[in-house]
Design a protein around this ligand. Structure first.
Ligand code: SAH
Length: 244
């Protein structure tokens, strides 16, 4: 039997947010690879080998998965949320680029519910008009580029979602991002901190930029910044569908 390789999104945390096609792929797998806490979400069973690895080893993990599938394994790489959003799908294709001999391998990318969409749903509809999505980690790009993109997105009055708000390599980065946004968007702009969305530890907090502090975010938080029209309605936050 020939092998295949799936890159699957496990969603933000809740079992109910895992898609049926991801569940089916995991049920057929011989090998599951991924970052330690994501592999821990997969139940062990006979015939399945779990390969948890550290967060910094994405390319090694992708190469390992390709080798296992090429040898006939039914291989699933798991990501949290969606595998195409700051996650393993790109790492897999980066590894594949160097292996033209494997271009014929059966590969499928199975989408998942990404953190910003689960967070937006929990808060109301803060991404209801045009928005963009930025990774605030400077592991794979210079901080100056992050600042340029923040300024341009703010100038375009886009709502924004921020992943990895607190970069390990540069813990002061998020404080600088908040300063920049206060300067460009003003103190009254709404910002939502959504932590551990869809898990029992979920916390959703909306404040103005004036009241926002770097400590409100950690590595389990996705941050949603409204546009100039974003407002509260009762306990909810929403962005109107039309431009002003
Ligand atoms: N592929 C993932 C993102 C990986 S980057 C996805 O599509 O969601 C890791 C970042 O995602 C975290 O630093 C955090 O900003 C965000 N994140 C992932 N799961 C989350 C959750 N349950 N609640 C809040 N933020 C989450």
């Amino acid at each position: 039997m020939s092998g295949w390789l799936v890159v699957a999104g496990l969603g933000p945390g809740a079992e109910a947010m895992i898609t049926p096609e991801v569940t089916a792929a995991l049920a057929q797998a011989t090998d599951v690879l991924g970052y330690i806490p994501y592999v821990a979400r997969v139940a062990p069973r006979a015939g399945l080998t779990l390969h948890p690895s550290d967060n910094r080893e994405e390319l090694d993990r992708a190469q390992h998965a390709l080798a296992l599938a090429a040898a006939g394994g039914r291989v699933v790489i798991v990501s949290s949320g969606d595998p195409g959003v700051f996650a393993m799908a790109s790492a897999l294709f980066e590894a594949l680029e160097a292996r033209p001999d494997l271009y014929g391998l059966e590969i499928r990318i199975l989408p998942g519910i990404t953190a910003m969409l689960a967070a937006a749903a929990a808060a109301g509809a803060p991404l209801g008009h045009d928005f963009c999505c930025l990774n605030l980690s400077d592991n794979l790009k210079p901080w100056a580029l992050i600042e340029t993109r923040l300024r341009l997105a703010a100038a375009a009055d886009l709502a924004m979602a921020f992943y990895n708000p607190r970069s390990r390599a540069r813990p002061e980065g998020f404080a600088r991002a908040l300063d920049l946004l206060r300067e460009v968007c003003g103190p009254d702009r709404l910002i939502t901190f959504a932590r551990a969305v869809s898990t029992p530890a979920q916390e959703i907090r909306t404040v103005t930029l004036a009241a926002a502090t770097p400590g409100m975010a950690d590595m389990r938080t996705v941050v949603l910044l409204g546009n100039s029209q974003t407002r509260r309605v009762g306990p909810w936050v929403y962005t109107p569908r039309s431009a002003p």
